[in-house]
Design a protein around this ligand. Structure first.
Ligand SMILES: Cc1cc2nc3c(=O)[nH]c(=O)nc-3n(C[C@H](O)[C@H](O)[C@H](O)COP(=O)(O)O)c2cc1C
Length: 197
């Protein structure tokens, strides 16, 4: 079985977003590992109109080039790390819209979460865990939360992640758990595919 391939999803798209810095920091740590491969999946590269299809993609595939590109990327990955801001105590609208375009592609795959905001994006992460369940994604416990002090330090005082050394070990713990589930679920999906063939 090949190494699980994990998408690090940047879920905000606005000019000057902080999410990109978080994603690059997580990607740097993940690059040192032998057990998983990662790639950044930036929602800026997957622009989607507001969902207005005649039915859920559960029933009717969304057959537009942009929807196929997004769903195809999610399908080829074995797991996800959602880098999530907190917008009004929830996830960004652009992420929710993108998730509404999916149905089968992320099923039985794990997701880990990196939140940032006043309370480490915790409220957005909790909501994202619930959304994940409906998409048959396996939401994981070990998350990373970048809270008010490091967020303000980096946005306004010229600091960087290295100035908050307690954060890096939480990324390793998250990646350890994600790697375990990504392997286990990939093996399970392959076995199920073999049984069905
Ligand atoms: C529309 C909007 C709503 C926000 N609501 C919250 C919030 O509910 N809780 C919070 O901690 N931060 C909130 N913030 C502040 C964000 O945590 C901060 O702007 C962060 O940098 C946003 O992520 P981004 O830079 O990747 O867009 C909000 C920001 C925006 C733009």
């Amino acid at each position: 079985m090949t190494k699980p391939r994990i998408g690090i999803i940047i879920s905000t798209t606005r000019e000057g977003r902080f999410g990109e810095r978080v994603a690059r920091w997580v990607a740097e740590q993940a690059a040192d590992r032998q057990d998983i491969e990662t790639e950044i999946v930036d929602l800026r590269n997957y622009p989607l109109p507001f969902f207005d299809a005649v039915a859920s993609p559960a029933y009717v595939p969304i057959d537009t080039p942009e929807a196929r590109k997004w769903a195809g990327k999610i399908a080829e990955l074995d797991g996800y790390i959602f880098i999530t801001a907190e917008y009004n105590h929830s996830i960004s609208g652009v992420l929710k819209n993108a998730l509404d375009y999916l149905f089968a592609e992320p099923n039985r795959k794990p997701a880990a979460f990196v939140g940032y905001g006043a309370v480490g994006g915790a409220r957005a992460v909790e909501q994202l865990r619930m959304i994940a369940i409906e998409l048959d994604i396996v939401p994981l416990k070990k998350a990373v939360h970048v809270n008010m002090e490091p967020l303000v330090g980096m946005l306004r005082e010229g600091k960087d992640f290295a100035d908050y050394p307690y954060l890096a070990p939480t990324v390793e713990t998250m990646l350890d758990e994600l790697s375990w589930y990504a392997d286990a679920l990939k093996a399970g999906r392959l076995a199920a595919d073999r049984d069905a063939a």
